[in-house]
Write a protein that binds this ligand. Structure first.
Ligand SMILES: Nc1ncnc2c1ncn2[C@@H]1O[C@H](COP(=O)(O)OP(=O)(O)O)[C@@H](O)[C@H]1O
Ligand SMILES: O=P(O)(O)OC[C@H](O)CO
Length: 492
């Protein structure tokens, strides 16, 4: 693909970015804007869908102006998943804030559903690959219909449109002509049948969601819509949830290949091939991509707090000046001094799934310094990942190595600690924007610039550095035991 570029929009939890990629995977230009986080009550997290659109538009326009609109062959979109937007299809305007994936407001509703019918969660898991947790979109939609009159009125009048963030953005980019969602994002709603990749009538009835408000489920590559935003029609040819996109960008294209992305949260995906896997260890089963109508699947472990623990040390406790300072501080002490930090700041995700869990810092002494606490916060990432790798092993997936990406892996100390804690080789790619890279690969396939994902990976993805385990099994076991004792206290 000569001089043509693929423009990717990555609408994440804390920021929105646009990145122009060359066909060889180089970043030619990028733009980013921080996103406002709204916390209207304890455990609630909202975004302004209007702001998501305004920031996305500004980032796309900035990058298109920098590189020249004529060089843009196609657009790919990737996004924070599960976060659900509500808009009026007659005006194209948001009806309310979006309810964010981290939001725990439906924890009681999930508990009631489980208490009323203990067989429900296993049936829901068999159908969707997911669990009855507030994380997923369906209970958030139910809550909005029950509590936000603007949303309920629009539903009654047939004006309501709902969709995850990529769906909202494609709607806006297409000038309201396309109401679609790709199969990876749809697989996170609790409303989609994992095997058929279609909305499930029983689940729609269970959560009382108006079917007419839902988008059409599409492939992850192909002509999904056109946008006139940049002054000439440009096709949107790729879309996937950010974690699936990161797995693609990391070249996890065959069964068993594993990646973990350390951003706000941490999400570990193990590619599983063409048949939906079933976890017996409380991992999620999810769509990895759908191309040509054929889905591929992955097992996923979702940790809700990763980089946001470092953010909390910076903004909440004020014990570091920047996220990057965590690296030198962790390195400045020989060990954690007996301190454990369980960063359950938004409940616990996989494999515990306890929405009510609260964070814990323990093992303090008079000799504890902020460096020990910061080190324990970084070490928690390795231990949380080890919990997931253990669950994967119990599900029959033996990890050979771990590919890592996301904002946190700029931290070399963290990458070495991951290798030590897991006893696995940890590989970091040349471009740590693998989420955007994966969306670019999908958009490249969708635009016919690459024949398939394998050719796109060969052309675009490259490794940077490997971190090898440098501690022995006994030392690893001691760290594990310290973490497990702390987790037991959180769950007690
Ligand atoms: N050098 C670093 N060490 C540790 N954490 C970091 C570092 N740089 C960034 N982070 C953390 O990474 C997160 C940002 O990662 P990013 O992938 O941009 O997040 P998201 O896509 O979830 O918005 C923030 O929570 C930040 O605190
Ligand atoms: O925005 P991120 O990178 O934290 O990703 C959020 C996930 O998609 C939530 O499932």
């Amino acid at each position: 693909m000569t001089d043509q570029l693929i423009l990717v929009l990555d609408a994440g939890t804390t920021s929105t970015r646009a990145i122009a990629f060359s066909g060889s995977g180089d970043i030619i230009a990028s733009a980013g804007r921080p996103m406002t986080q709204h916390y209207p009550a304890s455990g609630w997290v909202e975004h302004d869908a209007g702001e998501i659109w305004d920031l996305s538009k500004a980032c796309l326009e900035e990058v298109a102006t920098t590189v020249g609109i004529d060089r843009i062959a196609a657009i790919g979109i990737t996004n924070q998943r599960e976060t659900i937007c509500f808009w009026d299809r007659t005006t194209g305007e948001p009806l309310s804030h979006a309810i964010v994936w981290q939001d725990r407001r439906t924890a009681d509703y999930c508990a009631q559903l489980k208490a009323a019918d203990p067989g429900l969660e296993p049936r829901v898991q068999a159908k969707t690959g997911l669990l009855l947790d507030p994380y997923f979109s369906a209970t958030k939609i139910r809550w909005a219909l029950d509590n936000w009159p603007m949303v309920a009125d629009a539903a009654r009048d047939g004006r309501l449109a709902v969709g995850t963030v990529e769906s909202w953005l494609i709607w806006k980019l297409s000038g309201g002509t396309a109401h679609v969602t790709d199969a990876t994002n749809a697989s996170r709603t609790l409303l989609m049948d994992l095997a058929s990749c279609e909305w499930d009538a029983d689940l729609i009835a269970l959560f009382g969601v108006p079917a007419a408000a839902l988008p059409a489920i599409t492939d992850c590559a192909g002509t999904l819509a056109h946008t006139g935003l940049l002054g000439r029609p440009v096709p949107i040819t790729g879309a996937a949830g950010d974690q699936q996109a990161a797995a693609i960008g990391q070249g996890c294209l065959t069964a068993g290949a594993l990646k973990a992305t350390y951003g706000t949260g941490c999400f570990l995906l193990a590619h599983a091939g063409p048949t939906a896997p079933v976890s017996r260890n409380r991992l999620l089963s999810t769509v990895a991509w759908r191309l040509g109508g054929k889905p591929a699947y992955a097992l996923e472990g979702a940790i809700f707090v990763a980089g946001s623990a470092v953010q909390w040390l910076r903004d909440g406790l004020g014990i570091i000046a920047s996220s990057a300072e965590s690296e030198s501080l962790a390195q400045s002490v020989a060990d954690n001094g007996g301190v454990s930090f369980v960063p359950a700041l938004a409940g616990l995700g996989a494999p515990y799934w306890n929405p009510d869990a609260r964070g814990l810092i323990c093992g303090l002494s008079g000799g504890t310094t902020r460096a020990h606490i910061v080190r324990a916060a970084l070490e928690a990432q390795g231990q949380q990942t080890a919990d997931l790798v253990d669950a994967l092993a119990a599900d029959g997936v033996a990890a050979a190595r771990l590919r890592v990406d996301g904002g946190m892996v700029a931290n070399n100390w963290l990458c070495q600690d991951l290798a030590d804690s897991l006893g696995l080789v940890v590989e970091r790619p040349r471009v740590i924007e693998t989420t955007a890279m994966g969306a670019a690969m999908l958009a490249g396939v969708g635009a016919g610039l690459f024949a398939d994902l394998e050719s796109a990976a060969a052309a675009m993805a490259a490794a940077d550095r490997s971190f090898h385990p440098a501690i022995d099994a006994a030392a690893r076991g001691l760290r594990r035991a310290q973490w497990q004792a702390a987790i037991a206290r959180v769950l007690a």
